[in-house]
Every structure is written in C-alpha cells, then in structure tokens.
Design a protein around this ligand. Structure first.
Ligand SMILES: NC(=O)c1ccc[n+]([C@@H]2O[C@H](COP(=O)([O-])OP(=O)(O)OC[C@H]3O[C@@H](n4cnc5c(N)ncnc54)[C@H](OP(=O)(O)O)[C@@H]3O)[C@@H](O)[C@H]2O)c1
Length: 246
C-alpha cells in the first residue's frame, strides 16, 4: 500500500457498515479519504474516530441518487485535493417490496442508488484519473447476490439481485472500455455474502429471523479485501473477489 500513501480515495456510503470500515482502513494506511453519504453527522463521527491516524478523512454530503450532488462532490475533490485516485462504489441498498405486485418507487430507488449512482460516480472518477493520467482504481462493492440468487433470499431480494447482476456486468464492461482507451485504470468487483451491518434494517425488512444466528462477515473483512486489491503489483488487476462467511 506504500504507493497509495497520500493518494485520494472517494468512498460512497461512507457513513455506516462496509463503507465506514473501508474508509477507516484507508485513512489508517495514509490515504486522503473523501467519504460521501447523506448522514453528515455520521461522517463527522468517523472523522473524529480517525483523527490520530496518518491519513485524513473529509466528509462530503451526497445523495448518490442525485447527479448534481455527485458532480458537486467530485468538484470539491478536484478543487481541494486535485482529483481522485481510487473510487470505492459502496453505497447500496435493498428495499422491502416484491416483483409480482411491487412498488415502482422502491424499484427505482434501488436501481438509482445501486446502478445509476455508481455509473455517474465512475464516469466522474475516470474523467479525473484520465485528465491527470494516473493509474487509478475503481472498486465496486457488489454482492454474492450479483452472481446467484440464493433460494433463502428469493422472497426478500426483488430487484436487488438484478441491480447487483448489473453491477457485475458494468465492472466487466468498464474494464473493456478502459482497455480500449488504453487507460491504466484497474477495476475490481468485490462480492460478499451476509455482512453484519445496518443493511437489513435500512431495507425496511428488519433482520430476517433466519439471519439472526447464521455465520456472517464483518465490515472489516471487506476492508481487508479492498486493501488486498489495492496492494497488488501494478501489472495485476484483482478483478473479482468473493467472500463467504463460515
Ligand atoms: N450487509 C450485507 O449483507 C451485504 C452483502 C452483500 C453486499 N452488500 C453491499 O455492501 C454495500 C454496503 O452495504 P452495508 O451492508 O454497509 O449497508 P449499510 O450499513 O446499510 O450502509 C449503507 C451505506 O450506503 C449509504 N447510502 C444508501 N443510500 C444512499 C444514498 N442515496 N446516497 C448516499 N449514500 C447512500 C448509506 O449512507 P446514508 O444513509 O448516510 O446516506 C450507508 O453509508 C451495499 O452496496 C450492499 O449492497 C451488503
């Protein structure tokens, strides 16, 4: 990780769970981390928690469903930190609805957050990396639900798995597009199974009974996977990591 010392990472959904753990891990390794989320008070708490670490944390209010907010966050980074080297697309959610008589607005919220917001943030990050000709890295925090649909999740997942399958396809497509443009930007897709976070309470479902006693990953396990991907030699793109709890 020496190469990333002093470099700039943007982490979407930095206020809780996996995004907060990734943000802390990167600040500990000396990076300047810009955390985006709607709950700025949580970003303020995180800033205090990492104040003695070698890197820096900056919280920027951003609703990832709002293009103006995303562009504003990238402009802030451009103006104050000169641009972004690493983008972690982590903000994401599931909503309590279904496919057969589901709520259109909830479907839109999931796709706007998990897919469209991710595409806009990626586009803005690539522009910044390209402009400065830096060997950047885009990391999508996907899900095992982006690879297969577990029967135990079928009644909860509605459009969520579809959004995460889309994220996996977007990672592949982005890698090809970057290769086509001869840009040395890495793309990683990291897909965890169940991680103990606010994810299910935020969905409106609450934590399903069946999940209360099952094996789980911790947000820090995802931070370790991100560090692994970022630490690979310059000729190695860690394209896919799948983490399952045991
Ligand atoms: N937990 C799991 O079991 C699990 C498993 C596989 C994959 N994942 C994926 O991991 C990622 C992080 O999930 P988590 O488990 O850490 O969930 P979490 O604890 O609920 O955290 C979600 C984060 O996303 C942010 N977010 C949600 N909507 C947003 C919006 N409109 N604008 C900006 N930020 C937004 C939240 O920030 P604010 O509310 O402050 O805006 C929060 O920081 C997601 O992409 C999720 O799909 C989770």
């Amino acid at each position: 990780m020496e190469n990333y010392n002093g470099k700039v990472a943007m982490v979407t959904g930095s206020s809780a769970g996996i995004g907060a753990a990734i943000s802390k891990a990167l600040v500990k390794r000396g990076m300047k981390v810009v955390g985006l989320a709607r709950r700025v008070e949580k970003l303020g708490d995180l800033k205090k928690q990492v104040s003695k670490e070698p890197g820096q944390f900056y919280g920027v209010k951003c609703d990832i469903r709002n293009e103006k907010d995303i562009i504003g966050a990238f402009e802030w980074v451009e103006k104050n930190l000169n641009g972004v080297d690493v983008l972690i697309n982590n903000a994401g959610l599931m909503k309590d609805t279904n496919l057969t008589d589901g709520d259109t607005e909830k479907w839109r919220t999931v796709f706007d957050t998990n897919v469209v917001g991710l595409c806009i943030a990626t586009r803005e990050a690539v522009k910044s990396m390209k402009k400065r000709n830096v060997p950047g890295h885009v990391i999508h925090i996907n899900s095992i639900a982006g690879h297969r649909i577990h029967p135990g999740m079928a009644h909860l997942s509605n459009v969520y798995s579809g959004s995460k399958f889309a994220v996996r396809a977007l990672a592949e497509t982005l890698r090809l597009e970057l290769e086509h443009h001869k840009l040395k930007i890495k793309v990683s897709n990291i897909s965890p199974g169940y991680v103990k976070t606010e994810f299910f309470s935020a969905s409106g479902y609450g934590v399903p009974e069946a999940f209360k006693d099952i094996a789980h990953l911790n947000p820090e396990d995802l931070a370790d996977a991100v560090i692994y991907a970022l630490s690979a030699p310059s000729n190695v793109n860690v394209s896919e990591i799948t983490l399952l709890p045991i």
